[in-house]
Design a protein around this ligand. Structure first.
Ligand SMILES: Cc1cc2nc3c(=O)[nH]c(=O)nc-3n(C[C@H](O)[C@H](O)[C@H](O)COP(=O)(O)OP(=O)(O)OC[C@H]3O[C@@H](n4cnc5c(N)ncnc54)[C@H](O)[C@@H]3O)c2cc1C
Length: 416
């Protein structure tokens, strides 16, 4: 069933009785040409592009819970292409271009909203760093506009410009940056993959990876064994655990990141804002809630909820930047499990096991990467070769020292 305006009107007239389920609920087959472990954004987009770009239709996505129940449905939805380092730049630039055509591609309203992202700076040194970043973005073909203090004030008049500790000196505006509705992205890819014949198997946890003579032959699951000559591990915060089933120790630590949403308010924030002197970022959802977040909880954990010290830290940063936020009531908060690498950049690569591939290390920036990650992981699984825009995301960089440290914070997982 295609979604379109006429269909919506027609369904309104017939009491919405004609909508079909967005995807099937298939019984797993005993064998597939390829298996994707993990039904998050990256797993679903990998399956979709394997089917669409490479003609592989005998594929299953195995999800231990429900589709979209992981980080893809838990993030603060910021989509941007404002990276500085070659290796990251071309990848995120490619991803943003895919975002820009995604709704037509999937025939699904993912509510991609390019409302503009402003990264604030608060010192001369920070301004210089953002000038360099803006030039790098422009050289890559993306958009960046340097704003002085008055330029920022025109866009965001409600910020506190004059506080003595962190006065706002200006900002780097990325007009094509913005947000999307997180779980709609999972649903859109799921529905589009299903239409191309991909089996989406929910409540199917992978408990083992079968390897014979150095080749992957299939997986063990809670719904029985399934054979496949190609398996992709795309499980975000659980990457270390799943890779361990193949005898691997990934350079990944899992950390908690929290997000917060207030009650619905009239439209007040029509950009995405990132505070340069505290880890704090905020936007307003279409329902009116202010959606914001900050730093990791500073310790490794598999808990999908956070702790009070970080709640206090994030609220303090919010109050510092825009004191008016103190009037809003926080309705909900939650946590997600972040797959943090030592250099803050991801991994899309083959492994030492023939036919076994890994896509992980998205840190807390993997939502915007969903389209390009799936595109590149599908390319790798289908051809055996890394896609040109993901050529730096190799596993061996942690052995050779050819790191991709975007933030320049050094090899500590929780600092990126
Ligand atoms: C609070 C928060 C804010 C964030 N903000 C942003 C942001 O603003 N912008 C941005 O770009 N990124 C952001 N991120 C990061 C982004 O959400 C993640 O990097 C990205 O979603 C991870 O990829 P995924 O969608 O595939 O993960 P997930 O949705 O977590 O998918 C992995 C799936 O694998 C499944 N799985 C695990 N183990 C197994 C198993 N053994 N068998 C079968 N299935 C298994 C899990 O159940 C899960 O559904 C944020 C994350 C959080 C938590």
């Amino acid at each position: 069933m295609r979604y379109n305006g006429l269909n919506v009107i027609w369904q309104g007239l017939v009491g919405n009785t004609g909508w079909k389920p967005a995807w099937r609920t298939p019984v797993p087959k005993s064998a597939y040409d390829a298996i994707i472990i993990g039904g998050g954004g990256h797993g679903l987009s990998t399956a979709y592009y394997l089917a669409k770009n490479h003609g592989l239709n005998n594929i299953a996505v195995l999800e231990k819970g429900y589709l979209g129940g992981g980080n893809v449905g838990r993030n603060t939805t910021i989509v941007r292409a404002n990276y500085f380092l070659p290796g990251n730049q071309e990848f995120y630039s490619h991803s943003l271009k895919l975002w820009e055509g995604l709704e037509a591609e999937l025939n699904y309203n993912v509510m991609h909203s390019q409302r503009g992202l402003v990264n604030l700076f608060h010192s001369d040194g920070q301004r210089d760093a953002f000038v360099r970043r803006g030039n790098a973005m422009a050289a890559q073909g993306d958009d960046a506009v340097l704003l002085d203090r008055e330029g920022v004030r025109e866009l965001l008049p409600y910020l506190d410009y004059d506080q003595a500790r962190f006065p706002i000196h200006g900002g780097l505006l990325h007009p094509r940056g913005g947000t999307a509705r997180h779980d709609a992205v999972a649903w859109g890819y799921a529905r589009a993959a299903d239409r191309r014949g991909v089996d989406l198997i929910q409540n199917c946890e992978v408990t083992g990876i079968d390897i014979e003579a150095g080749r992957v032959t299939g997986v063990q699951t809670t719904q029985g064994p399934i054979r496949a000559p190609k398996v992709g591990m795309v499980v975000a915060g659980r990457s270390g655990q799943v890779a361990a089933m193949a005898g691997m120790r990934l350079p990944v630590e899992s950390h908690v990141l929290q997000a917060f949403v207030t009650e619905g308010l009239k439209p007040v924030i029509d950009h995405v804002i990132s505070f340069g002197m505290g880890h704090f970022y905020i936007s307003q959802s279409d329902k009116g809630g202010l959606v914001f977040g900050g730093d990791l909880d500073f310790y490794a954990s598999y808990a999908a909820r956070g702790n009070l010290p970080m709640v206090e830290h994030v609220m303090e940063a919010g109050m510092t930047l825009m004191p008016m936020i103190g009037r809003a009531k926080v309705l909900r908060s939650w946590g997600g499990i972040m797959d943090m690498t030592p250099d803050g950049s991801p991994i899309i690569d083959r492994t030492h096991v023939e036919g076994l591939f890994v896509d992980c290390g998205w840190n807390y920036g993997g939502f915007k990467a969903v389209p390009a990650s799936g595109w590149c992981m599908a390319h790798l699984m289908a051809t055996g070769e890394p896609h040109p825009v993901a050529r730096r995301f190799r596993l061996n960089r942690f052995a050779t020292g050819d790191l991709l440290d975007e933030e320049g914070t050094g090899s500590q997982h929780n600092l990126h």
